[in-house]
Design a protein around this ligand. Structure first.
Ligand code: CP
Ligand code: NVA
Length: 315
C-alpha cells in the first residue's frame, strides 16, 4: 500500500512519474483525462478550513472519473471520540482512498497504518506535501525547456523561506528541497528554528544539517531562485497572533527584499495571503509572482498523485 504522508514517500521512479503525469494532465485537461478513478469513491476528512485543497481534490477526483465524499470531522463519529483506527477500518470497507487535513501528523500515520486504502496528507501541523510538489512543479514549468525534464530543472536551485520558519510549509520545504536536489535557506525569528520532528526525518534520510537557518532575511534571499513565504499565524496558532506579528515583522517580503534575490527570482506563496503582513502588495503585483499558477497546479499535481496511488477498483 502506497501512501503520501510526507514528501519522501514518493521516490524515483514514482516521483518522476508524478511530475510528468501532472504536466500531461494539465495539457490534456478537458480533452482526454484517463478515468483512473472510475467506480471509486475517495473520502476527504477535514478538521480545518480549506479553499484550494478541498476544491482541487473534489474537482480532481471528479475529473478522474471518481466520486469525492467530503466529511467534516465533526459530522462523523470521529468527532465524538470513535477511534482513528476504527474509522480507518470502517472507511476502508466503503471507499478507495482517503484525503485528510488535520492537526496532529500522527493521526494521518495512524489512519494509514490501520486502514487498507491509500491515504493522502492534505495538511497537518507538521507537513503539507501536496503543496510542495505543486510548488516545485510550478517553478519547474518556468525553468524546464519545452518537453524537458521538470525535475532536472530544479536541481541546484535555491529557495529562500521567510517568516514562520517552524511551520508546516517550512518543514515541508526543507524535506522537499532535499528530495529534489535544491538548496534551502530559511530566515525567521530566534525560537523558530526547524524543530525536532523535521530533524528526525532528515536524520533518517541521511540529510542531517542540509538546510541553512539565519535571522537575517537578506542573507537568506541572496542568490535565491525562489522567494517563499507563508502566513505568520497558521491554523491552530490564533492565540499567538499578536506576538507572532511582532516577531515576524522583519521577515515580511517587501519589494526591496524580493529585489535582493536573483533578478529573475520567482515569488511563491501557498495562500491564503495577508497583504501587508508577510508579503507586501507590490510583490504580489510583480509579474514574477506566480501564486495563481501555483493554486491552479494543485489540481493537476493532486490528480497525478491520486492516479499513481490508486488501486484497481473493486468489482
Ligand atoms: N494552500 C492551501 O492549502 O490552501 P487551503 O488552505 O485553502 O486549502
Ligand atoms: N501554514 C498554513 C498553511 C495554509 C495552507 C497553515 O497551516 O495554516
Amino acid at each position: 500500500m502506497k501512501h503520501f504522508l510526507k514528501e519522501t514517500d514518493l521516490r524515483h521512479p514514482a516521483l518522476a512519474e508524478v511530475f510528468a503525469l501532472a504536466r500531461e494532465l494539465k495539457q490534456k485537461r478537458g480533452r482526454h483525462t484517463p478515468p483512473v478513478l472510475a467506480g471509486q469513491t475517495w473520502a476527504m476528512i477535514f478538521s480545518k478550513s480549506s479553499t484550494r485543497t478541498r476544491v482541487s481534490f473534489e474537482v480532481g477526483i471528479h475529473e478522474l472519473g471518481g466520486n469525492p465524499l467530503f466529511l467534516n470531522r465533526n459530522d462523523i463519529q470521529l468527532g465524538r471520540g470513535e477511534s482513528i483506527e476504527d474509522t480507518a477500518r470502517v472507511l476502508s470497507r466503503f471507499v478507495h482512498g482517503l484525503i485528510v487535513r488535520t492537526y496532529d501528523h500522527n493521526d494521518v500515520e495512524r489512519l494509514a497504518a490501520a486502514g487498507t486504502i491509500p491515504v493522502i496528507n492534505a495538511l497537518t501541523d507538521f507537513l503539507h506535501p501536496c503543496q510542495i510538489y505543486t510548488d516545485a512543479f510550478t517553478a519547474a514549468e518556468r525553468w524546464a525547456a519545452p518537453g524537458g525534464d521538470l525535475l532536472d530543472s530544479l536541481k541546484g536551485r535555491k529557495i529562500a523561506f521567510l517568516g514562520d520558519t517552524a511551520c508546516n510549509m517550512a518543514n515541508s520545504w526543507i524535506l522537499g528541497a532535499n528530495l529534489l536536489g535544491m538548496n534551502i535557506s530559511l530566515a525567521g525569528p530566534k525560537g523558530f528554528e526547524p524543530g525536532v520532528e523535521v530533524q528526525a526525518v532528515l536524520a533518517k534520510e541521511g540529510w542531517t544539517g542540509r538546510y541553512h537557518f539565519t535571522s537575517d532575511p537578506y542573507e537568506a534571499v541572496a542568490g535565491a531562485d525562489i522567494v517563499y513565504t507563508d502566513v505568520w499565524v497558521s491554523m491552530g496558532k490564533e492565540e499567538e497572533t499578536k506576538e507572532r506579528i511582532r516577531l515576524m515583522a522583519p521577515y515580511a517580503v517587501t519589494g526591496k527584499l524580493f529585489a535582493a534575490a536573483k533578478p529573475d527570482a520567482l515569488f511563491l506563496h501557498c495562500l491564503p495571503a495577508h497583504p501587508g503582513e508577510e508579503v507586501m502588495q507590490e510583490v504580489l503585483d510583480n509579474p514574477r509572482c506566480i501564486i495563481f499558477d501555483q493554486a491552479e497546479n494543485r489540481l493537476h499535481m493532486q490528480k497525478a498523485i491520486m492516479a499513481v496511488l490508486a488501486q484497481r477498483p473493486r468489482a
